[in-house]
Design a protein around this ligand. Structure first.
Ligand code: COA
Length: 174
């Protein structure tokens, strides 16, 4: 897949309809969460969600950390393909969850987009000066772990949290 197939974009009010469709596709497919979206599934109001995303892109008052949230758009037709968020730094509180969380819309999974989206986010991580990132996933989530590994992630930790086995993958950024 060419590196120019997807592009990361920050959400805007002009994207409301597409983002709402993106969210509804998840619910239609039985997903209760919209991974990587900064809690899109939990906001009834698009405007409130957008306000939250824009606020935490400066600093999240609850964590003291900047968090950037992106959608990946397909260059050929502009369709929103996935969503990914990255903490610009980690605190002890955030460490277990890692720097990056991601998802691909149900109808576009298994086509290589998750890997491409993560690679673009790693480019962004480099651009803000990060030297390494941690990606956390459930051990049972083989697609998520494979995505982290396909972008150079090395398994560095396994631990139990709330009865669920989690894994940490570290990506060193050159
Ligand atoms: C995890 C997710 C983002 C991967 O995106 P994707 O576009 O489907 O992944 P890709 O097509 O780029 O494939 C990446 C790797 O995962 C593997 N993979 C993809 N779907 C898989 C599946 N259902 N089961 C097992 N492995 C899978 C691919 O074979 C590939 O591995 P490889 O590089 O060794 O061949 C996507 O499945 C998703 O949105 N899942 C739901 C949300 C989620 O779990 N997010 C992560 C929370 S930590």
């Amino acid at each position: 897949m060419s590196t120019s197939e997807l592009v990361l974009v920050r959400p805007t009010k002009a994207m409301e309809q597409e983002i709402t469709e993106y969210k509804e596709e998840h619910f239609g497919a039985g997903d209760m969460q919209v991974h990587g979206s900064g809690g899109l599934a939990y906001f009834d109001s698009f405007d409130e969600w957008l306000k939250h995303i824009e606020a935490i892109s400066e600093v999240n008052p609850e964590t003291g950390v900047r968090t950037s949230t992106f959608f990946s758009g397909r260059v050929s037709d502009g369709k929103l393909i996935g969503c990914i968020k990255i903490h610009h730094s980690l605190t002890e509180q955030l460490r277990k969850g890692g720097h990056i969380a991601y998802g691909i819309r149900p109808s576009e999974r298994g086509k290589g987009y998750g890997t491409k989206q993560l690679a673009l986010c790693l480019d962004f991580a480099r651009s803000i000066g990060l030297k390494q990132v941690i990606i956390s996933c459930d051990k049972s989530n083989t697609a998520s772990a494979a995505t982290a590994k396909s972008c150079g992630g090395k398994l560095t930790d396994e631990f139990r949290e709330g009865g669920v086995m989690k894994q940490h993958y570290r990506v060193d950024l050159k």
